[in-house]
Design a protein around this ligand. Structure first.
Ligand code: NAP
Length: 542
């Protein structure tokens, strides 16, 4: 008898175990519970929220418009919450997630402070044996991971971190208690979407701020008006329109690509870019000219437009040299929205240090040491150093499928999924926000996660109706999806640029564009076709 079978006695028995109580997990509980299933979500945190629980660093906020970062399955739920501004901050978002949880009465089906450390598929019982860090065993027919695309922080990067005399925080593990910043010498490592939000927020509060810059970043200014009653009423009146539009656009946002580059004169293109830029959103990236992702010349022209905007604000040629990208195209990295971020570098208490050719080699008790031996003395280090995206949340759990194969080993060689939701060799494992689906990179997360959790619920409903106990994608259907994914992704300039989008931020991670780049609407259609075909290519056993 294998270890899993021996341990089934005393296990918590469920129809479905969900990992995570963030945007996806909450809705997945609700759907499966409504189907009469015995379901429980296991959440490592002490409360709901996922991303919006963990990322409580100074300045954390949406850069999708609040009124689209929404559940659209219930008009009452949508209309029962009023946002205070276009791009609200983390505290308001976290409150909204509590509102959703309590409105749907979800807490009774969530176990908090319960980190899942292993999940082994038992081929005898055809069920998952799942263990928490505290030693609880769960025996479930289905394992559904709602762990988030960006939830495995890269927080142990430098030798000597434990020797530092001050405090080190990874942004995704920011403490709940207030952190005294006044008068402190603070170093920020990283200028991705997170680092930028931190930097622009703390610069005026700290004594000295040193920003360690490796790869420059294109940025777009955010326009974030407060919402009065009339604004709230106006967006709520758009509920039906948003419900009908968001699932079908390229990125799950309310806007879509409107123009063809070749149809416009150079002057008109410039006017269009200017007009969209003034929108103060991600629209220039996600809904201007799709050609920027495929045609190097278009990419260069749009990149130059953004560089011009950045130059006009930075003024100082040295800062321009350090902070404006030259060797990759706009939009092939995740584009951050910012507020007076570039102007921060003009402050007398802020300095930018290039660590491109002179990298950080060590954390020492006094601060941070560079390759040339320079030590930057600091009281506090903020690691805005990102995540092992997509796969990391899952490979950090000991997930074993048929034949004892581990996801960590399998994905250590090649990150493969069928439609981003299942993996050959791992029966009855469903995933959301996982590699080879649009989630996170080019997607409004709530749009994508609603679609995936609904697809999963529909699939399980189908299985129950047909008396099917186990589903697993065949090797062929997985291979077909991986090939389609790669063909789509490799035509996209995203595949040529280093960033978490291709896994290049994690040494040794197999390179593949993590997110499906064929568009949110297309992805939905392809997933629907699978369901309509009776899950052709997915092996089902009674
Ligand atoms: P990220 O985009 O991966 O950025 C990490 C930063 O850390 C980069 O600047 C990277 O430099 C730097 N870095 C990493 N290791 C380093 C080292 N050893 N030395 C020097 N620099 C180092 O991570 P993120 O900023 O946390 O953003 C991740 C994603 O989260 C975003 O792309 C976005 O999808 C999401 N996000 C969303 C929001 C929002 O919606 N409001 C806000 C924040 C984040 P290199 O580029 O040179 O590697």
């Amino acid at each position: 008898m294998n270890e899993a079978v021996r341990n089934i006695d005393g296990a918590t028995k469920l129809d479905a175990a969900i990992i995570g109580a963030g945007v996806a997990g909450l809705y997945q509980i609700y759907q499966l519970r409504n189907m009469g299933m015995k379901v429980r979500a296991f959440e490592a945190a002490s409360d709901v929220g996922g991303t919006w629980y963990w990322n409580r660093y100074p300045g954390a906020r949406f850069d999708s418009e609040a009124y689209i970062y929404q559940y659209l399955f219930s008009e009452d739920l949508y209309k029962g919450w009023s946002w205070s501004e276009r791009f609200p901050g983390q505290p308001e978002i976290e409150r909204w997630m509590h509102y959703v949880t309590d409105s749907l009465d979800l807490r009774k089906d969530i176990q908090f402070d319960a980190r899942i450390v292993s999940a082994h598929y038992n081929e005898d019982t055809r069920r998952w044996i799942i263990r928490t860090e505290d030693g609880e065993t769960i025996d479930a027919q289905f394992l559904i991971t709602c762990c988030g695309m960006l939830s495995a922080p890269l927080s142990e990067l430098f030798p000597g971190q434990s020797s530092f005399k001050g405090r080190i925080f990874h942004t995704a593990r920011w403490p709940h208690e207030p952190i005294e910043l006044e008068g402190k010498k603070v170093g920020v490592i990283g200028i991705g979407a997170t680092g930028i939000q931190v930097i622009q927020t703390i610069a005026s509060k700290v004594g000295e701020l040193t920003v360690f810059v490796r790869t420059p970043q294109y940025v777009l200014p955010m326009k974030n008006p407060k919402f009065g009653e009339a604004d709230v009423k106006a967006y709520k009146e758009r509920f039906d329109e948003l419900k009908n539009t968001l699932p079908h656009t390229f990125t799950g946002f309310e806007y879509d690509f409107m123009y063809k580059w070749a149809d416009l004169t150079p002057a008109r293109r410039r006017d269009v870019m200017e007009e969209i830029y003034q929108n103060g959103s991600l629209k220039l990236w996600l809904a201007s000219f799709a050609e920027m992702f495929f045609d190097p010349e278009v990419s260069e022209e749009i990149s130059e437009f953004v560089r011009d905007k950045m130059r006009a604000r930075l003024k100082d040629p040295k800062l321009c040299d350090l902070l404006i990208p030259k060797d990759y195209g706009f939009g092939t990295h995740r584009v951050p929205l910012e507020t007076n971020y570039l102007e921060v570098y003009h402050r007398p208490n802020v300095k930018a240090v290039s660590v491109k050719d002179n990298p950080i080699v060590e954390i020492v008790p006094e601060g941070l040491k560079l390759a040339d031996g320079t030590v930057h003395e600091l009281d506090m280090i903020v690691m805005a150093t990102g995540f092992d995206a997509g796969s990391g949340a899952l490979t950090r759990i000991d997930i074993r499928g048929r034949g004892g194969h581990t996801l960590k080993e399998d994905w250590g060689k090649d990150i493969r999924t069928a439609y981003g939701m299942q993996v050959h060799g791992y029966p009855n494992l469903f995933m959301t926000g996982a590699p080879l689906a649009p989630s996170a990179a080019l997607c409004n997360m709530t749009t994508c996660l609603q679609q995936q959790t609904e697809w999963i619920a529909d699939c399980i409903r189908y299985m129950r109706d047909k008396g099917v106990a186990v589903i697993e994608p065949t090797a062929e259907v997985e291979e077909r999806w991986v090939r389609h994914h790669d063909e789509t992704a490799n035509a996209n300039l995203i595949s040529k640029t280093n960033s978490w989008y291709v896994g290049s931020n994690v040494p040794g991670k197999p390179r593949r564009v993590l997110s499906y780049t064929g568009g949110v609407g297309t992805y939905r259609q392809k997933c629907n076709e699978v369901a309509e075909s009776g899950y052709e290519g997915f092996a089902m056993t009674a």
